[in-house]
Design a binder for this molecule. Structure first.
Ligand code: PMP
Length: 416
């Protein structure tokens, strides 16, 4: 008998009444079945049969405007980006089949890291296979036993999972509340390591953090600061470096986390830093070491896209115009929005409940518009949201069309 494997003593143990480990999902299964039983299209099972451009696709057989992607800068069909990927696929093959610390660092990985250092004007850049893994890896590795992580309660799942994977004490504070954050920092024992984790743009409501004040408070208490700028890269701040740049605190933060899966238009994650010892992370950060590196075609598209985003000021200006027009139009139609003013490329439309949210989502998709239906636990305060994320490639005319579809759907469902 092999050690560590429990063998049944008697044959009847084999078909005993064991606990079904799926029973914990029963409430979720019932909720989902309840919604689908009303006959609505499944909002979490949409298939894009053909993608026509960054802003249009054939979804479930219909020509649809995309207003629920993170393709903020519309780079996915940029001819230079596509060509760079094609070339790398031919020159370097389809994948690396290995970790960055073994056989998985190709020329392209070094080049995309250099592009990130140039983009952020920082000394170090480390690329992960996703943004999720970047948060998981950096947070769990730098904050260890006896250290404290002070974080906004509305932080992204990858930040929470990074905290859960490490051994630090985790201290959340009320969303965007500077005083609450300070109170938590004040209570941490003298001499303990402290990491404050913030996001530039919070992706559910599209609101931004008061980073100028928050970073100053963090520094006052000697904390290191990590800011996740996943939703701001490429268009917030003079050079698209994010809310940290817009707030004038980029030199005061220790780590910026980002992703290639939004404005960059492909997949991958990263951390940039000026910390002199940062390179040791490549050997001690498990979600970097124990996984395969990104395919050569992906890093080539990312590098080309990042270098183009450095010259993207016209696109940025148009994206801001789109955001303002949509926000104003939706407010005038009578929808309740997540922010009083547009603060990013995300505009959240608050739904009364999940049933009406699903009905509204379906009315929009049938009208030719895709948005994200977001619900708890991803959303704050148990809200059901229709999350609209704009793209720099949406034309003025498309934004008007979007408002028309919202008006018709809102009236049909009885929300406005
Ligand atoms: N951070 C934030 C704030 C995010 O919203 C996301 C993804 N939605 C991530 C990190 C993870 O990014 P990725 O898609 O690259 O895993």
């Amino acid at each position: 008998m092999s050690e560590g494997i429990i063998q049944p003593d008697r044959p009847e143990d084999i078909d005993g009444e064991g606990k079904d480990l799926f029973s914990k999902f029963d409430d979720m299964i019932a909720l989902r079945e309840g919604i689908l039983a009303t006959g609505v299209e499944d909002p979490f099972n949409l298939v894009m049969e053909k993608v026509l451009s960054p802003t249009r696709a054939i979804c479930n057989g219909r020509d649809t405007i995309l207003l629920g992607t993170y393709n903020y800068m519309g780079m996915t069909f940029d001819p230079d980006v596509v060509e760079a990927g094609r070339q790398a696929l031919s020159d370097f093959g389809s994948g690396t089949t290995g970790s960055r610390v073994l056989n998985g660092t190709y020329q392209g990985h070094k080049e995309v890291e250099q592009a990130l250092m140039d983009f952020y004007a920082m000394d170090h850049a480390m690329v992960f296979s996703t943004g999720y893994q970047a948060n998981l890896g950096i947070i769990s590795t730098i904050a260890g036993k006896g250290d404290y992580i002070v974080l906004d309660i509305d932080s992204h799942a990858s930040i929470w999972d990074g905290c859960a994977m490490g051994n630090a004490e985790v201290v959340p504070f009320k969303h965007n509340d500077i005083e609450a954050m300070e109170k938590r920092l004040k209570r941490i024992p003298e001499g303990a390591g402290k990491l404050v984790v913030l996001e530039g743009v919070y992706s559910m409501l599209g609101d931004i953090a008061p980073l100028k004040e928050m970073v100053a408070v963090a520094k006052k208490y000697g904390a290191m600061v990590l800011v996740d700028e996943a939703h701001s890269m490429g268009f917030i701040g003079e050079n698209g470096r994010g809310v940290v740049e817009q707030a004038g605190v980029i030199d005061d933060v220790d780590f910026i986390i980002g992703t290639f899966s939004k404005s960059v238009g492909t997949v991958g994650g990263f951390c940039v830093s000026n910390h002199p010892k940062f390179e040791i992370m490549r050997l001690v950060c498990r979600p970097y070491v124990f996984t395969a590196s990104l395919p050569p075609s992906v890093v080539a598209t990312a590098e080309t896209s990042i270098r183009k985003l450095m010259r993207g000021s016209n696109k940025r200006a148009h994206l801001w115009e789109n955001s303002k027009t949509l926000h104003k139009g939706l407010r005038e139609l009578g929808f309740q929005l997540g922010t009083a003013e547009p603060q990013s490329a995300i505009i959240a439309v608050i739904m009364p409940d999940l049933e009406q949210g699903a009905a509204m989502w379906e009315a929009l998709i049938k009208g030719g518009l895709y948005v994200n239906l977001a619900r708890p636990p991803a959303t704050p305060a148990n809200m059901t949201l229709l999350r609209c994320s704009l793209c720099a490639e949406h034309s003025e005319e498309e934004v008007r069309e979007i408002l028309g579809i919202f008006e018709a759907a809102g009236k049909a469902v009885g929300i406005i």
